[in-house]
Design a protein around this ligand. Structure first.
Ligand code: HEM
Length: 143
């Protein structure tokens, strides 16, 4: 149930992140940073924070996290116990830094630039550390 929610929520997180990146790119030259721009960025960040909370609960309950002997040599256990956790955490930290740097900037163009840089980096990391079904050793699904 929790794993399903966490798995399905990836799509909302990805759509919002892609939307925020495209929005920052296309609004950069406009000279303004509207309430809508702020909301797009906020929703993307909040969805990631929800993923973090769900992920942390899964980290202590999922059978895919197992620190038994030799866990680093097992692709599945190494991925969920370390790679997925560290990669996603780094991505969420980047997006959060981007959001707060944008918030604290004065100029609209600077707000969009911070969003663009940090959200795009976060997006790349997230795409890299999702257990896509074609990475067969990881037992992931599409939803
Ligand atoms: C943007 C953030 C994240 C995204 C998009 C994401 C996405 C996913 C996806 C797609 C799965 C595969 C589920 C499946 O196919 O069955 C998964 C599983 C899992 N994730 Fe995340 N995750 C994120 C963050 C985290 C974090 C920060 C943690 C740990 C603190 C975490 C822990 C786990 C665990 C333990 C599983 C295995 C669940 C199971 O099937 O038992 N995730 N995650």
């Amino acid at each position: 149930m929790l794993a399903h929610t966490h798995s399905g929520l990836r799509w909302i997180a990805l759509i919002l992140l892609v939307y925020a990146v495209i929005n920052a790119l296309s609004r950069k030259g406009s000279g303004e940073f509207s309430k809508k721009d702020k909301m797009v960025n906020l929703f993307a960040m909040v969805t990631l924070h929800v993923q973090l909370v769900l992920g942390l609960i899964l980290y202590f309950t999922s059978g895919k996290v197992n620190f038994g002997q030799g866990w680093m040599k097992e692709d599945l256990f190494r991925f969920y116990g370390m790679e997925h956790f560290a990669g996603m955490l780094a991505a969420i930290v980047l997006v959060t830094i981007g959001y707060s740097k944008a918030k604290r900037s004065e100029a609209a163009i600077q707000k969009h630039k911070y969003t663009l840089t940090f959200y795009a980096l976060g997006l790349i990391l997230i795409l890299a550390f999702i257990p896509w079904p074609f990475r067969t050793a990881l037992g992931g699904n599409w939803f």
